[in-house]
Design a protein around this ligand. Structure first.
Ligand code: ACO
Length: 321
């Protein structure tokens, strides 16, 4: 029993935040942001919460897959910015989409979250117990970004991407791998609720994400080519036969460096970071959906997708469309 992609969808909120908008908030410049990251603008959700972005992306994926919400028996949402600590976005979506009572849960693996969701769904479908999975990466990073910190606030944006996967006689989703190295957690983190030592309600300020950008950069430029090579070796597939590599859109320089290390043409490294910035778990499914809808990926093409993020986590997949 194998799996394949049945359909994809994505959604971004309307409001565009340009580099010029951020110049008004912190000591930065359009030139610095573009040359150091490749980002020109990003989206910001002011009125729609994470489950709404996920819902809109899910509708498009369900439509593309030509199935009904009742056909879905597994729903996984990768997010670190759910509407609330609980219920999860997946459970909110189960109701909004009108799915039957099904297995629905959220995954927290930050920017690698969608690859984790894909791995878990692929294995659950391969068990034969589940038949059709809706997997989603949805984030509103702007909720947890500190707009007084120029090191991070220029990087992040809001989006959702969705994919329906189903059973297949041929292995179309050929390899999926995921990893974590928790000893690197301090490089990218966000504080949670403090321990209650004395039964007093603590008065802590709102927590924001914090990142040691240069160290994360070094980590990313190491694991990205590594995981691509691992997938190629496992699947015994030649890199020249890949139609595209769809990497997590965190920084154009990370993608360019991976292309050099792998000796893989830069124009086959899918890039949409200039329009959306880093949208964490949404980045990979948003990019895959765009690539499919713009025919940069066509039926019969094989591509690799890969991501890295807080945890630190990383992973990738080799997929035939
Ligand atoms: N505008 C102007 N100057 C800036 C800005 C800014 N927005 N941000 C930082 N600088 C300054 C720094 O203060 C520093 O100044 P100094 O030399 O006077 O101290 C200088 O620019 C260089 O800073 P670096 O951090 O060394 O710049 P770097 O080239 O490393 O780029 C960046 C920073 C873009 C954050 C890069 O390190 C990066 O992309 N890292 C990876 C981030 C990532 O991939 N995250 C993925 C996971 S996200 C998730 O899981 C939620």
């Amino acid at each position: 029993m194998y799996t394949k992609i049945l359909g994809t969808g994505s959604y971004v909120p309307q409001k565009v935040v340009t580099n010029a908008d951020l110049e008004a908030l912190v000591d930065t410049s359009d030139e610095w942001i573009q040359s150091r990251t490749g980002i020109k603008e990003r989206r910001m959700s002011e009125t729609e919460n994470t489950s709404e972005l996920a819902y809109q992306a899910a509708l498009k994926a369900i439509d593309a897959a030509q199935i009904q919400p009742e056909d879905i028996d597994l729903l996984i949402v990768a997010t670190v910015t759910g509407d609330k600590p609980f219920p999860g976005v997946s459970q909110i979506l189960q109701r909004r989409l009108g799915c039957k009572p099904i297995t629905a849960f959220d995954i927290n693996a930050a920017c690698s979250g969608f690859i984790y969701a894909l791995n878990v769904a692929d294995k659950m479908l391969r068990s034969g117990v589940y038949k059709k999975a809706l997997i989603i990466g949805a984030e509103i990073l702007t909720k947890i970004t500190d707009y007084t910190d120029r090191n991070t606030c220029v990087l992040f944006g809001d989006a959702a991407g969705a994919m329906v996967i189903g059973e297949s006689e041929k292995a179309m989703i050929k390899e999926v791998v995921t990893y974590a190295k928790g000893d690197l957690e301090g490089l990218l983190t966000m504080e949670g609720y403090p321990l209650k030592k004395d039964f007093k309600t603590p008065d802590n300020g709102r927590p924001f994400l914090q990142m040691q950008g240069t160290d994360v950069f070094k980590f990313a430029t190491t694991v990205l080519p590594q995981v691509v090579q691992e997938l190629l070796d496992k699947a015994q597939f030649n890199i020249e036969d890949l139609a595209l590599i769809v990497a997590h859109q965190a920084n154009k320089r990370i993608i360019d460096k991976a292309s050099k290390t792998l000796k893989f043409p830069t124009d086959k490294m899918y890039m949409n970071i200039e329009n959306y910035g880093n949208t964490s778990a949404a980045s990979v499914p948003l990019a895959i959906d765009e690539a499919i809808r713009s025919h940069a990926l066509k039926p019969g093409d094989t591509f690799i997708t890969a991501a890295f993020g807080a945890g630190l986590t990383w992973g990738g997949a080799l997929i035939e469309l």
